[in-house]
Each structure stands twice: as C-alpha cells, then as structure tokens.
Design a protein around this ligand. Structure first.
Ligand code: NAP
Length: 297
C-alpha cells in the first residue's frame, strides 16, 4: 500500500498501528521512531516494526506516510524537527485527540510539497506504552479526518484507505467541529473523572478506605477513566481549552440534574440507547466481567 511508513511515538495508538501495518503488510518498510530508547528496544523485542530508531531525521527519510502518535503538546516540536527531512509529496497525518491546535502547531512547519491529513481515531484504553497496543483496537470504531482546504483528495483517500485497513469507519469534518463534539463526548467526561477521583483521594483516610470498599460500578468506571495517562490528558485539556470550557459552562448551567428529574431521566435514557446499542452494551458488560480490556473512546 505504501513503500515506507514511519510511526512516531510507539505508545498505545502508535504500537497498535504498527502491529496492523506489519500483520497486514501495509508497507514494504515500517520504521518506528520514539525519543525513548527503551521504547525502541521494546519495539524490536516485540517485532512490531522493521526498524526502530530514536532519530527523527533518519526515521522519516524517504517515508511516504508519517504518522504522529505523540501527545498533542509535542506535535509542533516534532513537526519542526522532521520538516527538513520529509520527501516531496510525503503525507503527514496524526492521531491527536484535539485537531485545531495540532493543525495550528504543525502546518507552519511543513513544506508546501507535503500533504497534511489530520486524524483522530475514536478508540483507546486507559493503558500506555508499546506493550499495551493491540491490532483490534480500531475495529468498527470511527476515525475522524479533518483535512485542510488545500489537502488533495488523493492524500485524503490514501489516509482513509489506511484507516479502513485498520478496521475503522471514516468521517470527515472541520477541525473546530471535531473539537466541540469531542469536548462533550470525551474531554469533559475525562475532566470529570479526574476531578471525582481527585476529590475521593483528598478525603480523610478512614472515609477513603470505605470509598474503596463500597466502590460501586459508577465510581469504578471513573477510576478506570482517571487511570489514563495524565500527560496525554493535560495536553488535551490545554489544547482544547475553549471548547472544553464552553461545554463545562453549559454543564454547570444544567446542574443539578434534579431540576426537572422526570424529563431529564427520559432524555438520558434516550441518549444512552442511541450512544450504546443494546447488543454492544451486553458485549462490553461481558468483557468487563471476564476482565478483558475495556475500550474507551
Ligand atoms: P502513549 O501510550 O503515552 O504513547 C506516546 C508515545 O510517544 C510514548 O512512547 C512517548 O515516549 C512518545 N513520545 C512522547 N513525546 C515524544 C516526542 N517528543 N518524540 C517522540 N516520541 C515521543 O500515548 P497514546 O495513548 O498512544 O497517545 C498518543 C496520541 O494518540 C495522543 O496525541 C493522544 O491524544 C492520541 N489518542 C489517544 C487515545 C487513547 O485513548 N490513549 C485515543 C485516541 C487518540 P515516553 O513513553 O518516553 O513518553
């Protein structure tokens, strides 16, 4: 499909893409690039790339597709560092959970001859690092692409085809729209989870032990979400501040939920049914009971 693919950042998302690229032979050569030499060693040990290097310049040389899988706050620096080494007509894409800030950080550094196709797979877990990736991660999940007005159709098609090989469904939208939607479906829930778990952690020791002892599924769900990598989520909140604050404002105005309980409960049940079809809910529930990875958006 591609002669050479470079994946920068071999954590959960990058290593999952690497596994798929190797399994399905989506590239003649796959180079894994990570600043952390231990991550490169792990990649070699796992055999999830043809080569692994800590050198950005070496890693992206002659690459047809460069996929940035680093925290959102690192995208601009990486873009600046790789720009002089990108070949003409190379496609640069990313998986960052925020889109407008990534475009603003990356675009100014990239040569005119390089195509930028920003993307975000709506799939993940609370785990990090190269060991945590798995090839089924994107199966049946959305990947949102937010191309720029001058991104070529050919580049969008190539990146879409790559994600489809990963099992993902494709949606194309404006970056700002993506950030607003994900603000409510993902960023605010993570912010709330971190806050609730932080509040519980600040309780006096005797109460805290009872919170753990009587932890119901609601609270346990929050602890799972709040176990996600804090660097990644700090970057998401800081880089989608406007949308998250706007949604947070609306959320505060809509609280407390007991204002009009009957109307709210009906509306919530409708939302729950639309967001989680009954069959997939059962599947997630069974997964949870078997202690298998629980996937989050
Ligand atoms: P992760 O598991 O923490 O992996 C990130 C990797 O990037 C780590 O190996 C990290 O090395 C490396 N890295 C950090 N800064 C770097 C730099 N400047 N140059 C090269 N490598 C660097 O993170 P992840 O969960 O895969 O997330 C990666 C991206 O995917 C983020 O932008 C996130 O917003 C997006 N995303 C995540 C999820 C999710 O649920 N996790 C879902 C969708 C999208 P160290 O270990 O040494 O820091």
């Amino acid at each position: 499909m591609f002669k050479k693919i470079s994946i920068i950042g071999l954590g959960l998302i990058g290593s999952s893409l690497a596994r798929i690229t190797m399994n399905k032979q989506l590239a003649e050569t796959l180079v894994a690039v990570d600043i952390n030499p231990k991550v490169c060693d792990k990649v070699r040990e796992l055999g999830i790339a043809h080569e692994a290097t800590t050198s950005l310049s070496e890693g992206v040389k002659n690459s047809d597709l460069v996929i940035l899988c680093v925290p959102v706050g690192a995208m601009g620096l990486i873009g600046e560092a790789i720009a002089p080494f990108l070949k003409d007509k190379a496609i640069v894409t990313d998986v960052g959970s925020v889109k407008q800030a990534v475009i603003d950080a990356l675009k100014p550094h990239l040569p005119q001859t390089v195509e930028l196709v920003p993307g975000h797979p709506i799939a993940g877990t609370e785990h990090s690092g190269p060991e945590s990736g798995f090839p089924e991660l994107f199966e049946g999940r959305w990947t949102i692409l937010t191309p720029l007005h001058n991104t070529s159709v050919e580049a969008i098609d190539k990146v879409s085809a790559f994600w489809q090989e990963c099992g993902a469904k494709i949606e194309i939208m404006e970056a700002a729209h993506h950030d607003l939607i994900l603000g409510i479906t993902s960023h605010l829930p993570h912010l709330i989870a971190y806050t609730i778990v932080g509040t519980a952690d600040n309780l006096e020791d005797d109460i805290k032990s009872e919170v753990i002892k009587y932890s119901a599924s609601g609270f346990r769900g929050f602890t799972r979400i709040a176990a996600s990598d804090p660097t990644m989520w700090r970057d998401v909140f800081l880089n989608n501040k406007r949308a998250v604050l706007e949604i947070l404002q609306r959320f505060s105005e809509d609280s407390p939920p007991c204002k009009k309980p009957s109307v709210r409960v009906t509306a919530m049940r409708c939302l729950r049914r639309s967001a989680v079809p009954a069959r997939s809910e059962n599947r997630l529930w069974r997964w949870g009971r078997r202690g298998i990875r629980h996937r989050s958006g």
